[in-house]
Design a protein around this ligand. Sequence first.
Ligand code: MN3
Length: 200
Amino acid sequence: MSFSLPELPYAYDALAPYMSRETLEFHHDKHHQAYVTNGNNLLKGSEWEGKPLEEVVKGAFGKNAGLFNNAGQHYNHLHFWNWMKPNGGGDKIPGALEKQIVADLGSVAKMKEDFIQAGVTQFGSGWCWLAVKDGKLAIMKSANGESPLVQGATPILGCDVWEHSYYIDYRNRRPDYLKAFVDNLVNWDYVAKLYEAAKK
Ligand code: MN3
């Protein structure tokens, strides 16, 4: 099984003005495509050829940096496109997940604040996350192509804080990008789906 780039689950201009058509054209068509192309080249002939993506990501971590970086970013971006939708964000969080957020992270408002803060304080390229770790929800962050998958946890929401994700629309204002993501883009139904799967 080799990696392939899926179409975006919405039109290129569907997330405007929070994320522009130009950003999605570059981010999806160029950056994600490059991870797919490079990942497939590095996968060929490796011990992970034919393995499911999550196994490639976990297996290559610490062993094959080139393959890990590209497979990790392919995994992260596959979910990232689905972590957003037009008219997303807000407080419409499916009940079971909302309860768990309140129990483990204080409140929905505090979870959002800590998620944004994790993204703001990730120095350089990387991601901020809401993840399930040891049966509890946790806010995490990671550098470059890493994710909670290689930190003993399961990601259920992530935001890309590489400059390619926000520089066209927000220039250097990463905090504004993160706030727009949380307030206007998050697809909480998809997050809840991953949360239910992670609990099993
Ligand atoms: Mn990216």
